[in-house]
Design a protein around this ligand. Structure first.
Ligand SMILES: CC(C)(COP(=O)(O)OP(=O)(O)OC[C@H]1O[C@@H](n2cnc3c(N)ncnc32)[C@H](O)[C@@H]1OP(=O)(O)O)[C@@H](O)C(=O)NCCC(=O)NCCS
Length: 164
């Protein structure tokens, strides 16, 4: 059984390997391992019999916005719902934090549309464009597509079962 759970520091190398593998294939951007250690609290891993078969992170970018980053599923674990489960875990976290929108920049907009995202104009996320994209070597020739999910402030409170 595959379980999606918060990453541990000991998962950083496996996360880095997955991201590097797909970045080398041109499917996503590289992330240095030092950055993965720094952001380890943002990361989820999908674990199967102790092995990390998928990863993804939720990076908070402001009072109402977070980004799903570094989503990667091992080649031999694809199309079994792992990517969808990691995105669902990130979106659930975003709701818990009270965020209003979750976005991603991706070469796979069709996958994100199946997870309830819609294609958006990247300029809806100026904090991403002007803080980070401008430093990216692909900025002037970016082929990534922006996708976003509006979370509509769902009520996550749990009613008490007895009188206070
Ligand atoms: C994209 C990726 C994360 C999908 O993960 P996955 O575990 O294989 O996908 P899932 O099995 O959870 O797929 C969920 C649904 O999305 C669909 N889907 C998967 N990949 C898709 C794609 N590239 N385009 C469109 N739909 C896709 C599946 O068919 C499935 O559809 P269904 O709900 O109708 O059955 C995975 O292919 C991957 O790691 N790719 C390399 C890295 C990458 O591109 N990351 C995304 C960059 S942000």
């Amino acid at each position: 059984m595959v379980r999606v759970e918060p990453a541990r520091l000991s998962d950083a190398a496996a996360i880095h390997d997955l991201v590097t593998y797909w970045a080398d294939h041109g499917d996503m951007l590289h992330r240095p391992i030092a950055e993965i250690y720094e952001a380890i609290r943002d990361f989820k891993v999908a674990r199967h019999e102790g092995r990390v078969v998928g990863t993804g992170s939720l990076h908070i970018m402001g009072s109402d916005l977070a980004e799903v980053r570094s989503l990667a599923v091992a080649a031999d674990a694809q199309l079994h719902g792992v990517g969808a489960a990691i995105v669902a875990a990130c979106v659930a976290d975003a709701r818990t934090f009270g965020l209003e929108r979750v976005f991603a920049l991706t070469y796979k907009p069709g996958f994100f549309e199946k997870q309830g995202f819609r294609v958006a104009n990247v300029m809806e996320f100026p904090q991403k464009v002007w803080n980070e994209c401008v430093r990216c070597p692909f900025f002037t020739n970016c082929k990534e597509v922006a996708v976003v999910q509006d979370l509509n402030g769902a009520d996550l409170s749990v009613p008490m079962t007895r009188d206070a």
